[in-house]
Design a protein around this ligand. Sequence first.
Ligand code: PLP
Length: 399
Amino acid sequence: MGEKEGYLPFPRSFETICIHNSQDPNQWISKAVVPHIVPTTVFKIGDPRLPLKYTYSRFGNPNRTILERTLTAINKAKYGLCFASGISALTAILSALKHGGHIVSCEDVSPETYEVFNNVAPNYGICATFTDVNHMENLCSAIRDNTKLIWVENPTYTTLKVADLCTIANVARNAKILLGVDNTFLTPYLQRPLDFGANIIMQSMTKYINGHSDVIMGCICTNDRELSDQLQLMQVASGLNPSPIDCYQVLRGLKTLNLRMDQYLKNSVTLANYLRQHPAVEKVIHPGLKTHPQHDLLKTQASGHSGILSFYLRGDLAQCEKFLKHLKVFTVAEMCGGVESTIQIPFTMSHKHWKRDTKKRLMISENLIRLSVGLENICDLICDIESALEVFKQEPNCQ
Ligand SMILES: *Cc1c(COP(=O)(O)O)cnc(C)c1O
């Protein structure tokens, strides 16, 4: 694939690790090739004086152990923990910062994270400043004496800006601040932020990692022992743990992650190139295209891009809504990273509660469409878009 040229190589043995890590059939009596689902809440105590592997499933469960070990390996981390959702992983991070403090976050962050930083963090005595973290002056002037964390979503949620991880990690290290990266969109298959100096990786596995739109779960990976202990305390003592059945399901999804990501990239590049030449489309944002302002930066940090892309239509909100209504294969939904293609208008959907001036600054306008390309046949997806875009032809003001 031409567009793949110059990216970082794919991590070695990624798929082998996902398929086999911690899953040797010889370790169980049944010799099952696929790990058993262990839904039990409680484990029998033999001799209470001997160290126990498992006692109660909130503290630990075999399905969770297998998933966490595998995630730790593919994120090239020392420690990995799973949480009931991406957001509960974020809550654990807030708690690990200890009471009081300040976060500097990228501005075009996911609405879920925005909500946590704005409305939940204050309950922990923590406040957040949102800024363009790629702009060094803005980043440095946002840092305060009590700043404990820089938070970067890479690429960002709606306008898919790519952050320069090495440069931001240097700023964080010099100021003795942690750098956390939300790696939900690229997954460890395409981006491994610890290699670039990040301290924390968070992923909503609800999206690409599970990939089948049927589990909500999150994970955190780090090399920092003390931080991992704090996060684990939150996981088990505050009950932010995921269920064993969900862990089993996510592990299954993980085994085809690389194949799915390869196809998402192919489909999204093909669709982006189709959209680019369409007269009703004003602009396409896809970090995998040479026209993206940080395409070269992305290549130095990642092994590709996912199926998420955004574009601006030449029309008003009513026309954009009409376009969505005419789609038959795409599902109008705020979800991304599933096998099914989804599409939304952030202005009135995911970002409807955001202030108008913030949306304006971030170019989240009424004609911005965000979509997550799925694994359906690409010709069906293009035909679907093409016929729905006919609504623009009927309108005299869009030519
Ligand atoms: C969905 C999402 C989250 C929240 O994760 P949940 O699993 O829904 O709790 C956080 N960050 C990003 C980038 C997301 O897309």
